[in-house]
Design a protein around this ligand. Structure first.
Ligand SMILES: C[S@@+](CC[C@H](N)C(=O)[O-])C[C@H]1O[C@@H](n2cnc3c(N)ncnc32)[C@H](O)[C@@H]1O
Length: 236
């Protein structure tokens, strides 16, 4: 792994450990307060299935997979929940127990890069702010195809990823290397997604420009990103 990727991963590990130690799942006022609406909007389609199998890539502490498991408790729901950070998976395990869904959530410590997606297994695959953290554009492309293969007929993919990120050290007002392993233009990301899921029916595609401050190791960074949301259903 290159020095750049190792440095980003180490910084990510520190910042997510800090975030998950301070903000508790579903606590008001933090980014963990609620699941992502685009994900939860898929529930009516999933309720038609039994059993339901879900893969949550870069699941964190369960912000999305725990509410899905709760809502689908009547549907024999099983979720593989994957995160690179051991602390996130420990917290996910505790949170799953606290929310009564530990039997349907399978916590897995792995990078997305190393996690091999079984073909034809899942009714839903989600990756929220995670897929852009694979180690290279080549792995990113490969994972998109693995995700497509991992979906059952009628399965849904829901990807939300940062693109075209810039970061500025606010103390000196100078650009720094964005702390995202894969940082491509929004247009290019959409074209890769359309190519990988060419046999799927597009349910949603959007790009939302967002700007916010984020703490980095020694400074506050003004981050600008184009968040790509892509939802599609495998029809063939
Ligand atoms: C911004 S958080 C989002 C967590 C969750 N998807 C959510 O929406 O609450 C990104 C998560 O991806 C994990 N992550 C980062 N790089 C990863 C990788 N290469 N493989 C697996 N997980 C990764 C981080 O540990 C972190 O928990």
């Amino acid at each position: 792994m290159s020095d750049r990727i190792e440095a980003i991963r180490e910084a990510e590990r520190k910042s997510h450990t800090e975030i998950y130690s301070t903000a508790k799942l579903f606590e008001k006022g933090s980014w963990l307060a609620k699941p992502v609406k685009t994900v939860m909007d898929l529930l009516p389609m999933l309720r038609e299935k039994n059993p339901v199998t879900i893969l949550d890539l870069g699941c964190g502490v369960g912000r999305n997979c725990i509410p899905l498991a709760k809502e689908l408790s009547e549907n024999n729901c099983k979720t593989d929940a994957v995160d690179i950070l051991e602390f996130a998976i420990e917290e996910l395990t505790v949170n799953s127990k606290n929310h009564g869904v530990h039997e349907s959530v399978n916590p897995i410590v792995s990078s997305i890069d190393d996690f091999s997606i079984e073909p034809d297994k899942y009714n839903l695959i989600i990756a929220v702010s995670a897929l852009e953290h694979v180690s290279s554009e080549e792995v990113f492309r490969k994972k998109l195809h693995e995700i497509n293969d991992g979906l059952k007929q009628g399965g849904i993919v829901c990807l939300i990823a940062n693109s075209e990120v810039t970061e500025t050290d606010k103390s000196v007002n100078s650009r720094v290397d964005p702390q995202f392993e894969v940082n491509i233009k929004a247009e290019e990301m959409i074209s890769l997604l359309n190519g990988a899921f060419e046999n799927a029916e597009l349910l949603k595609v959007s790009v939302s420009e967002q700007n916010y401050d984020i703490p980095r190791e020694n400074f506050i960074s003004a981050l600008s990103t184009k968040v790509v949301t892509f939802v599609a259903q495998k029809v063939k």
